[in-house]
Design a protein around this ligand. Structure first.
Ligand SMILES: Nc1ncnc2c1ncn2[C@@H]1O[C@H](COP(=O)(O)OP(=O)(O)OP(=O)(O)O)[C@@H](O)[C@H]1O
Ligand SMILES: [Mg+2]
Length: 323
């Protein structure tokens, strides 16, 4: 398996459950693992009965496992502060207020959330040398994936900007013979440096996600979830990402053959419907089924987590596939 593993899927299907179970599976096999959660509901705390923060910390009772929780709200706020700080260094004081307002507005848009989170993902991926595996309890969706085409876009933009600046520097030099101040300013231009950093970050993200990451989609055996999953597979593949498998969660357990009564009949009928959905999944989607997890009587934590971990057929060995 590749170093970075993502479990995506729509709300509530079991991403946190599956990624926690897979992280436990990796750790118990001796692979040094980091579990990264972006759940605003902090469900990783519930799974392990332990508080986590933005900094990786050991999971009690799992010697090879660390976990961290990224809070999307905090990320957006910090992103906002950072952008304001960077801009106020670069524009005249008179402009600062206007620009602040513009930046704040930009951060109200839905994409801001994804963008701030994605920046944090990039940091985590860059700083993950001490881990052999990093498991994310989410996967990039449409908006974030579009950011992957940013490097090319930024490249063109930076080139054009540099060209324009060079031209104006030339003109200035002609007018003020011997003054090479503008040239020096251009060489250390903070705006261009920032754009270049951004371009490099996204280039790194794109290469890492394409060459060193595997994606799994968690799906429930119902029509809505399956439809969403189809769309998600297409989107991920469109960006050259490797969708390794589908993890089916919340299957209805079958009653024993001698069980009678309404409850048993309901369960049998439900199982039949779900078998039909599973068939659809196998026929209509190319990634293979890597797990078929039944609904447990209670939330998946404690012993249940170990059980689910055993049922996920995703290998844990490290295969450095980066070429
Ligand atoms: N197979 C299962 N049996 C019983 N409970 C389950 C099962 N899978 C998940 N759950 C429970 O359902 C709830 C939602 O699961 P989980 O938090 O893993 O979903 P999620 O996809 O991460 O949700 P969100 O989109 O809100 O982050 C949790 O309380 C979890 O313990
Ligand atoms: Mg979750």
């Amino acid at each position: 398996m590749r170093k970075f593993v993502f479990f995506g899927g729509k709300g509530g299907v079991g991403k946190t459950t599956m990624s926690s179970a897979y992280a436990v599976k990796c750790a118990r096999a001796g692979v040094k693992t980091l579990l990264v959660s972006t759940d605003p509901a902090h469900s990783t705390r519930d799974v392990f009965d332990q508080e986590f923060t933005d900094t990786p910390a050991p999971v009690e009772g799992e010697p090879n496992l660390d976990a961290m929780e990224i809070d999307p709200e905090t990320e957006v706020r910090e992103h906002l502060m950072e952008t304001k700080r960077a801009m106020s260094d670069q524009v005249s004081p008179a402009m600062v207020n206007e620009i602040d307002r513009q930046i704040e507005m930009a951060h109200q848009t839905p994409g801001a959330h994804e963008s701030a989170l994605f920046d944090r993902f990039i940091d985590v991926m860059r700083d993950s040398d001490e881990y052999d595996r990093v498991v994310f309890d989410t996967s990039p969706t449409g908006g974030t994936l579009r950011l992957l085409s940013l490097p090319e876009y930024l490249d063109g933009w930076i080139q054009r900007l540099l060209h324009k600046r060079k031209q104006s520097v030339k003109l200035f030099e002609r007018a003020a013979i011997g003054n090479n101040e503008p040239r020096r300013m251009m060489e250390g231009d903070p705006i261009i440096a920032r754009l270049e950093k951004r371009r490099d970050d996204f280039k790194f993200a794109k290469e890492t996600l394409q060459d060193d990451a595997a994606f799994f989609l968690v799906v429930n055996p119902d029509e809505l979830s399956i439809r969403e999953t189809k769309r998600a597979v297409d989107k991920l593949e469109e960006y050259g990402l490797d969708v390794r498998g589908l993890a089916v969660n919340r299957l209805t357990p079958e009653p024993d053959p001698d069980e009678e009564g309404r409850g048993a009949t309901f369960l049998r009928d439900r199982v039949k419907t779900e078998q039909e959905r599973l068939r659809e999944l196998r026929e209509d989607l190319s990634p293979p089924l890597v797990a078929a997890i039944e609904t447990r009587v209670a939330e998946v934590k404690g012993d249940f987590l170990g059980e689910v971990a055993d049922e996920i057929e995703v290998d844990v060995e490290l295969t450095p596939e980066k070429v």
